[in-house]
Design a binder for this molecule. Structure first.
Ligand code: 13P
Ligand code: SF4
Length: 330
């Protein structure tokens, strides 16, 4: 039996579930009974993607969270994503199947250190990648995601000085694309920093026609190999619209589920990482399971709580991002 503290952290993750239960049918029933919507990121396991009402990248998920009329948002993703949903819909209940589903990139930027860093650049605007804590968003001027970071930077006057955090790889890519000189926070994602240039090159030799698709959270040495660089939605669209039939995918492997569903005749190879295991799963994203999703909907916990004073500040840069994106048709 879980201790009270563990239950608070994980909900009822160890609660017995009758193995004969059809979890897909049960989750559908709970959605109707509780007027709940399930939002899932592309890095979730295939079963969760299949039961979700909406699957998307960080921008799409924020847009859905802002406009849903459900009473409960069940966020199949990581903590900062569920926090963003709560900030945008503070009167709704937001559930996360496993509260320990964090993010190495968000963790690489502790708010008290970022506050000091920011003080060194008093005449700079702060753009933060959505993969950060609510507290960090509360210190920012505009939030961005990987699908709008370039356009958000370009929407500002050319002489505007900018701090970009917390992802140094995304920041460097945006700086290159926009020709702006951004001050970067030194953060990174453990999943996107692990790809091996050497192993990807060898894989490409075995599949010379394969197009290499990479997420901008990857290091520059990986991005140099890519035929296309973009957010998870961008990568999925590129593969679907491309006449090519083979792709090497340099992002978290969960995206391949949708790529294969939308393109059953095409072949997708996960880009190999620089370690002995062949896996490039995000351990945080993969903490959520169909069982935990079912239990959190049944029990109404674990719930995301963001202090009111943080919500009031953090909503401003997120709304700015949504407004700029809507204006640009993103
Ligand atoms: P996008 O799906 O917005 O590209 O983000 C990728 C990511 O790392 C989310 O944690
Ligand atoms: Fe965070 Fe990286 Fe996992 Fe995305 S893939 S949730 S950035 S650790």
């Amino acid at each position: 039996m879980d201790t009270f503290e563990e239950i608070k952290m994980n909900g009822f993750a160890d609660e017995y579930i009758d193995p004969s239960l059809d979890l897909f049918a049960e989750i559908e029933k709970l959605k109707k009974e509780k007027n709940a919507v399930v939002l899932a990121h592309y890095y979730q396991e295939g079963d969760i993607q299949d039961i979700a009402d909406y699957i998307g990248d960080s921008l799409g998920l924020s847009q859905q969270a802002a406009k849903t009329d459900a009473d409960i948002i069940v966020f199949a993703g990581v903590h900062f994503m569920a926090e963003t949903a709560k900030i945008l819909s503070p009167n709704k209940k937001v559930l996360l199947p496993d509260l320990k589903a964090g993010c190495s990139l968000a963790d690489s930027c502790p708010p008290h250190l970022f506050k000091k860093f920011k003080e060194n650049y008093p005449d700079h605007l702060v753009i933060t990648y959505v993969n950060c804590t609510a507290e960090l968003k509360a210190m920012s001027d505009i939030v961005c995601t990987s699908s709008n970071a370039v356009q958000i930077v370009e929407s500002l006057p050319k002489d505007q000085k900018i701090i970009f955090g917390p992802d140094k790889n995304l920041g460097a890519w945006v700086a290159k694309k926009t020709g702006r000189d951004l001050v970067l926070w030194n953060g990174a994602c453990m999943v996107h920093e692990i790809f091996s240039r050497e192993k990807i090159t060898k894989l490409k030799e075995r599949h010379p026609n394969a197009k290499i698709l990479a997420h901008p959270e990857c290091e520059e040495v990986i991005l140099q190999l890519a035929d296309y660089i973009g957010s998870t939605t961008g990568i999925l669209k590129y593969a679907t619209n491309s006449p090519e039939t083979e792709f090497i995918v340099a992002t978290e492997a969960g995206i391949i589920h949708q790529m294969e569903k939308e393109n059953p005749s095409k072949k997708f190879f996960p880009a190999p990482p620089n370690n002995t295991c062949a896996c490039n799963d995000c351990p945080h994203m993969k903490r959520n399971t169909l069982e935990k999703l079912y239990l959190c909907m049944k029990n109404g916990t674990p719930e995301i709580d963001v202090p009111q004073h943080i919500i009031e500040k953090a909503v401003v840069p997120i709304e700015r991002m949504l407004q700029i994106s809507a204006r640009l048709g993103l």
